[in-house]
Design a protein around this ligand. Structure first.
Ligand code: SF4
Length: 275
């Protein structure tokens, strides 16, 4: 890694987390029953988003996080309060209730139109997992095996808690070139989780992408990055697919690629031999 990265406390994300924590300390409202738990997202159309206080950023993602850039908007306070209401809701209710709420609100998203309901449920469009949310996801994937549930995280401890077998659960563990990221990758490997996949946030043309990576996201504000050198490169980031609603068409992050099916079978047989 050639670039010099700041300690997290001095980054945009460090400031965002500190600012969100100050608001959260006195904001205890819970998502109203009539409100929808999903938030709009340009690439996904809709996702369940969480506030930055749930994040455990690496030094790289802390410097390039798009959520931190949105914090400059005058509408930020309004949107962060929605995320806090969602967070407070998950902290308050049982996993069964939370799973039913996610499903109910997913079915209430528009079936067609300008921003239609995607064919998957995306959790952590912003923010990261915490135990109450993980338990709700585990209920959700079992109750609704017909819907792919796509979760992104940077927390090995939360991966350990996620359902190991549900075929509709797609766990994408996010990597980058930071030292912490390599350490976390080693931690999640040691879990031997059967549903785990890796993504990589590329911020420099010189990044070495680990062989285990299924999908590569190019830092969107960096136009020096290659756009055709990796089979898992996100086509929206590479400019090959319009960004708006790209994930519903692409499928890479919420379905298994053929080579991953083989890897999954291999991992299952290894696991069966050990246990
Ligand atoms: S690789 Fe495909 S599914 Fe994944 S983020 Fe990019 S467009 Fe969406």
């Amino acid at each position: 890694m050639n670039e010099v990265y700041l300690p997290i406390a001095f980054t945009l994300v460090g400031a965002l987390i500190a600012r969100t924590e100050r608001i959260a300390a006195s904001y205890h409202e819970v998502l109203a029953a009539a409100a929808n738990i999903f938030s709009e997202n340009y690439k996904l159309w809709w996702s369940t988003n969480l506030p930055a206080i749930t994040c455990r950023p690496t030094s790289i993602c802390a410097c390039v996080c798009y959520m931190a850039l949105l914090a400059r908007s005058p509408r930020w306070i309004k949107s962060v309060k929605k995320l806090l209401r969602v967070y407070n809701y998950f902290m308050l209710v049982t996993p069964e209730e939370a799973a039913d709420r996610i499903y109910r609100d997913y079915t209430r998203l528009p079936a067609r139109g300008k921003r239609p309901r995607p064919p998957f449920i995306r959790v952590c469009g912003t923010g990261d997992l915490f135990p109450q949310l993980v338990l709700a996801i585990n209920v959700l994937v079992r109750k609704h095996p017909e819907i792919p549930v796509w979760v992104a995280t940077r927390k090995p401890a939360m991966v350990a808690l996620l359902d190991r077998d549900a075929p509709n659960l797609f766990i994408v563990f996010s990597l980058d070139s930071s030292q912490e990221s390599w350490e976390r990758m080693a931690q999640v490997f040691s879990l031997g989780h059967l549903r785990l996949r890796f993504s990589y946030l590329r911020t420099s043309p010189k990044d070495r992408i680990p062989a285990c990576v299924s999908v590569v996201y190019n830092q969107q504000t960096n136009h020096r990055l290659p756009t055709d050198d990796h089979p898992g490169l996100c086509p929206a980031d590479a400019g090959r697919l319009p960004m708006a609603g790209a994930c519903a068409k692409c499928r890479r992050c919420w379905s298994l690629q053929p080579e991953e099916r083989e890897d999954l079978c291999h991992r299952r047989s290894q696991y069966a031999k050990r246990s």
